[in-house]
Design a binder for this molecule. Structure first.
Ligand code: C5P
Length: 400
């Protein structure tokens, strides 16, 4: 982790609680990792630790006042807000958290928090009862919802003698969490739509045509894309899987429903991943009543389903579209044929003839073809494969 924060500007906001004395140590730990640190203090913070201490440690004057002619003539609050790659508020008192949740700009720190385009992180520190209060929890939930990273709090003995959650996270853990904030995000802010799972094509009210797709690959891709910072819409056929945290799931059953949902959601995305196993055909008519047994044979008339990913690439040719090809033979030839026919940026091909990988298995081995290149990802768990594929898709998206 050495120098993991090289070239990073971290604006440390210190608010007024007893844990403010630990901010000196936080400055040091961030600097150890290569960060340049400037400090903003609230009036309350100055009651617990002197600005001189933090000025000496950071090597920069400490910023304190919003309405300060001299400060605004130097590095004003907007410039400070723009300078920061990360605004870290540590310790964050119950009061400063409430002000942030309100969007108040009453002091320099809250004004900078409103004005900064950078990631904001808060490390709460307060009495355990104050932390547990519904108001504090609602404020934290509001901040989390807006993308503010919440670091801690820790558990244990508090300055007031209470024991419980509310202690400031240790400075080295705060610094490590800051590294993580910078290291995530190959798809930061990218909107991704993923289709996953099988479709069900109704024959009558109780029967349908479907396939063995588990949805595991699409769901793993959705989780990996969220982890990489994307905002993810997962259009899912019927599967038995929990929704990945922070993904928006849209449930569908038939190919026609998936087609409609895909066109609607692809309209404002940058990356479309078609991992669903869509039924190629559907019954020409869905009987209104359960079909009764008749003779020894029965014929079912089928009609072709629309190709969902091809419809998406036709409607939105600017987006980066990834398809999957499950084949039992001539992998490259069939995959490249689909790459061209469906207007894809890349296609992920796997051999479903092998019993140890693919459809219902936890492992997969795939080759990704683009019009110029191919890249093989050797056999690995679907979770790891999904993370590796997402990194690769992020590169393909960036190269467009
Ligand atoms: O043609 P084939 O079904 O092998 O193509 C597989 C790829 O095309 C997958 O990415 C799948 O999600 C997508 N597909 C689709 N709509 C269909 C059939 C396949 O989006 N009707």
């Amino acid at each position: 982790m050495t120098a993991a924060l090289n070239n990073k500007n971290i604006l440390l906001g210190v608010s007024g609680g007893i844990a403010a004395y630990k901010s000196a140590e936080i400055v040091r730990r961030l600097q150890d990792l290569g960060a340049t640190v400037r400090v903003v203090m609230t009036d309350g913070a100055c009651e617990f630790i002197t600005p001189l201490t933090l000025q000496a440690l950071s090597g920069y004057p400490v910023h304190r006042q919003l309405l300060d002619e001299q400060a605004e003539a130097g590095m004003g609050h907007i410039e400070l807000a723009r300078w920061a790659d990360l605004l870290l508020i540590a310790p964050a008192t119950a009061d400063i958290i409430a002000e942030l949740a309100q969007g108040s700009a009453a002091n320099l720190l809250t004004a900078v928090a409103l004005a900064t385009p950078a990631q904001v992180a808060v490390a709460p520190a307060m009495n355990q009862q104050m932390w547990a209060h519904a108001a504090s929890q609602a404020n934290i939930a509001a901040l989390t919802e807006r993308g503010v990273a919440v670091l801690g709090p820790d558990q244990g003995l508090q300055a007031c003698g209470d024991v419980g959650p509310g202690r400031l996270l240790a400075p080295e853990r705060i610094a490590a969490a800051c590294c993580q904030l910078f290291s995530r995000g190959a798809l930061q802010g990218v909107r991704v739509v993923i289709t996953a799972g099988p479709t069900r094509e109704a024959i009558d009210p109780v029967r349908y045509i479907s396939n063995h797709s588990s949805g595991k690959m699409g769901y793993a891709l959705a989780a990996a894309a969220v982890e990489a910072g994307a905002s993810v819409t997962l259009i899912s056929g019927p599967v038995d899987l929990p929704t990945p945290a922070r993904a928006q799931r849209v449930d569908v059953e038939s190919a026609l429903q998936m087609h409609r949902a895909a066109l609607e959601h692809a309209a404002d995305c940058e990356l479309f991943i078609a991992a669903a196993a869509v039924a190629d055909y559907r019954p020409a008519n869905c009987a209104e009543q359960k079909i009764k047994k008749q003779g020894e044979q029965m014929a079912l008339a089928l009609v072709k389903n629309p190709d969902i990913v091809a419809a998406v690439t036709t409607a939105f040719p600017q987006l980066c579209a990834i398809g999957f090809a499950a084949e039992t033979e001539q992998l490259e030839q069939y995959a490249r044929g689909k790459l061209a026919a469906k207007g894809l940026t890349a296609i992920v091909a796997n051999n479903v003839g092998r019993s140890d990988i693919g459809f219902n298995s936890d492992d997969n081995e795939v080759t990704v073809y683009t019009s110029e290149r191919s890249l093989t990802f050797d056999k690995r768990g679907k979770g790891q494969l999904a993370r590796d594929l997402i990194d690769h898709f992020a590169q393909l998206l960036a190269a467009r």
